[in-house]
Design a protein around this ligand. Structure first.
Ligand SMILES: [Zn+2]
Length: 167
C-alpha cells in the first residue's frame, strides 16, 4: 500500500496545484512579479519564458493529480518542477545565445539577453531577445546566432487574440 497524503491536506492542495497548472495551460502572461518561472534567463527572453511557463504548468498539474495518489509520486513531481523548471530555461538559453550571461536593465524584471559571438567569443548586450539574428558582432563583424522558432504564435489556442499577448 503506497503512503497516501491524508485527504484533508491532499484535497485542497490538489485544488491549488492542479488549478494553477490548468490555469497556466489555458492562459499565458508575460514576465511579471507574481506568477511564472521567474529566472533571469526567462525574463530576458519571452520565448523561453513561454516554454518554461508551459513546462511548469504541466508539472503543477502533475503535482495536483499525484498528491491524490501517493506521497512518493507527489515528491517526484515536486522534484521535477524544481529541478527541470530551472534546467530547462537554462538549457534553452545556452543553446540560443551561446552563453548564460545576461544583463540587467532598470526594472525588477528587466533582464536582457547577452549573446556570445560564435567566431570570436565576444559578449554583446542585446536590447531585447528580438535582436538576435539582426545585428553583427561588434568585435569581428560576424553574424550573431539565428533565433529559433518560438511558441508564441501557436500556443495557447487563440494566443494572438489574447490581450496578454505582447508583441
Ligand atoms: Zn565576433
Amino acid at each position: 500500500m503506497p503512503q497516501v497524503i491524508p485527504t484533508p491536506v491532499a484535497y485542497p492542495m490538489a485544488l491549488i496545484f492542479g488549478g494553477l497548472g490548468l490555469y497556466m495551460l489555458l492562459r499565458r502572461h508575460g514576465p511579471n512579479l507574481w506568477i511564472g518561472v521567474r529566472l533571469p534567463w526567462t525574463c530576458a527572453d519571452r520565448d523561453i519564458w513561454d516554454k518554461s511557463w508551459r513546462l511548469a504548468a504541466m508539472f503543477l498539474l502533475g503535482m495536483g493529480v499525484s498528491i491524490l495518489l501517493s506521497a512518493k509520486l507527489f515528491f517526484i513531481a515536486v522534484a521535477h518542477l524544481i529541478i527541470l523548471g530551472i534546467l530547462y530555461p537554462v538549457f534553452l538559453y545556452r543553446r540560443k545565445y551561446g552563453t548564460l550571461r545576461y544583463w540587467k536593465g532598470q526594472g525588477w524584471i528587466d533582464y536582457r539577453p547577452m549573446a556570445r559571438c560564435a567566431r570570436c567569443g565576444h559578449f554583446q548586450k542585446l536590447a531585447s531577445y528580438a535582436d538576435l539574428g539582426r545585428g553583427a558582432c561588434e568585435a569581428c563583424g560576424a553574424k550573431l546566432p539565428e533565433p529559433r522558432a518560438g511558441l508564441r504564435a501557436s500556443w495557447p489556442l487563440g494566443a494572438k487574440k489574447d490581450r496578454n499577448f505582447i508583441k
